[in-house]
Design a protein around this ligand. Structure first.
Ligand code: UDX
Length: 469
């Protein structure tokens, strides 16, 4: 896409951490690699405030931040819904539908930018949950691009499941994906809202609409790497009529979130190299209370050092007080006295932790940002996918990439976690068993591929980005 006159690019992420983080990183990347571009990042007021307070000023100084009004209360949602954090799961779908109400304000903002610049933006890069923004781009004659913040395989499988609801057409526990019959999905790999979907429910209504609109976009850029996700990219290119350019890994700068976390880094400094299993279920999720106990007991039995970002279990206020009764008796005290485990209540500086020499593994829910952060630091994954694309991220990483072992799945009442399996898998990955060694070898290969993708000259992500600008 070339236009020497119009150099303004507008980025528009969905209002959730897992989406905003890579969009901010993309904004920084665009400014670094294409200094002639004006980059504006648009979100709702609370998110813009959060971005300003969590990012280091030098990296943001060249990015314009603009907010558009959004009223969660008008949709029966609590104020914190604006960041999609700390709200019960059933409210997420209400938020998705409510986010459609941003269209007039977004349109007005593009109008304002057009007035200020004397010409419309060159390009709108929007979240796939905001595929409706293609209508706005068309009105102003701007190029429209969707930035997929999740991986190619996870995105394609998840979209295909929502489009065809294949599990409704069979009683079998295992079934193939209609467009990709060689991919077999197990019913336990369907999140509850997908399992219950019948095509007329609010989730189907929103997601099917956005999936269908995404085929109208001019191009897709995706936070993945050509050499790492060959299968996923082949699949995504089969279902989308537009060009698909991988530009990953797009990662935030490690320095942006570490203030106030010295105690965590100090604890890590005191641990032996590659000995600590970092545990986190991402920015939104948590596990069920019985699962929490199984995980704790499995960890203790494995005699592995760990750093666990812990939140109240499913069904409790995630921002509420943490109760010791959710863990085995005197668990935290024992771990503290022995110096072998630490719990972090709240937010952890994940990228710094994964970059630390003491971190040797990551027990993760497999949100795509976590996956990229871990693999880019050469840290193998113990997968415990909970929902959405995470289940398929774990599947491809175990079956094809060989960089992880799945330990449990889901956080519903019916989802089981078994302390014996936790102990076995954690030992396998952390204590140098045959499989653990093989996984580390594969992770190192993937780490190098990720690095190469951004090498000047032949790197595939450098090429992907230059296809766009
Ligand atoms: C959501 C979806 O669940 C995920 O599957 C999809 O790919 C993106 O959106 P989320 O739960 O937010 O993701 O997980 P993830 O994609 O891993 O993103 C979480 C981000 O928050 C990461 O960048 C991680 O480093 C950061 N984080 C999370 C912290 O820095 N500290 C924490 O304590 C928790």
């Amino acid at each position: 896409m070339e236009d020497s006159e119009r150099q303004h690019v507008v980025l528009f992420p969905f209002m959730a951490q897992g989406h905003i983080t890579p969009f901010v990183a993309l904004a920084e990347l665009l400014r670094r690699r294409r200094p002639t571009l004006i980059v504006t990042l648009v979100s709702t007021p609370l998110n813009i405030q959060k971005i300003k307070s969590s990012s280091s000023p030098p990296s943001l100084s060249s990015i314009r931040l603009r907010s558009i009004p959004f009223s969660p209360a008008a949709h029966g949602l609590p104020p914190e819904a604006e960041t999609a954090a700390a709200i019960p799961f059933h409210q997420i779908v209400t938020l998705l539908h409510a986010s459609r109400s941003l269209q007039p304000a977004f349109e007005q903002l593009i109008e304002d930018i057009t007035q200020e610049d004397g010409r419309p933006p060159l390009c709108i890069i929007a979240d796939n949950f905001f595929a409706w923004s293609v209508h706005v781009a068309r009105r102003f004659g701007a190029f429209h691009c969707i930035f997929f913040t999740s991986g190619a395989y996870g995105t394609t499988v998840y979209s295909s499941l929502w489009t065809h609801l294949p599990h409704r057409k069979t009683d079998s526990d295992e079934f193939p994906l209609p467009e990709f019959p060689d991919i077999i999905i197990h019913r336990s790999q369907l999140p509850k809202h997908l399992l219950m979907a019948d095509g007329t429910d609010p989730w189907s209504d929103f997601l099917q609409g956005q999936i269908s609109l995404s085929s109208e976009t001019d191009a897709v850029i995706i936070n993945t790497i050509e050499e790492v996700e060959k299968t996923g990219l082949r699949m995504l290119r089969k279902v989308l009529p537009c060009p698909v350019w991988p530009v990953g890994p797009v990662l935030s700068s490690p320095s942006s979130a570490s203030a106030g976390n010295d105690h965590i880094m100090k604890w890590l400094d005191s641990q032996p190299p590659a000995s600590v299993l970092y545990i986190s279920f991402g920015s939104q999720n948590t596990i069920a209370a019985p699962q929490m106990k199984e995980l704790a007991m499995g960890l203790e039995a494995s005699r592995t050092r760990f750093l666990w970002v812990i939140r109240p279990p499913v069904g409790f206020d995630v921002k509420g007080e943490f109760k010791a009764e959710w863990l085995p008796e005197k668990f935290e005290e024992r771990m503290r006295d022995e110096g072998t485990g630490a719990l972090v209540h709240g937010w952890a500086p994940q990228l710094e932790i994964l970059s630390h020499a003491s971190t040797g593994g990551f027990l993760s829910h497999c949100g795509w940002n976590s996956v990229l952060e871990s693999l880019s630091r050469g840290v193998p994954i113990v997968a415990w996918p909970l929902s959405g694309d995470q289940l398929y991220n774990a599947k491809i990483m175990e079956e094809e990439l060989g960089v992880c072992v799945e330990v449990a799945r889901g956080n519903m009442e019916s989802s089981k976690a078994d302390r014996v399996v936790v102990e076995k898998v954690v030992k396998e990955v952390m204590h140098g068993g045959q499989r653990g060694k093989e996984i580390r070898r594969r992770v190192e290969e993937v780490r190098v591929l990720m690095k190469e993708a951004w090498r000047d000259g032949p790197g595939s992500s450098v090429k992907g980005l230059s296809e766009l600008f």
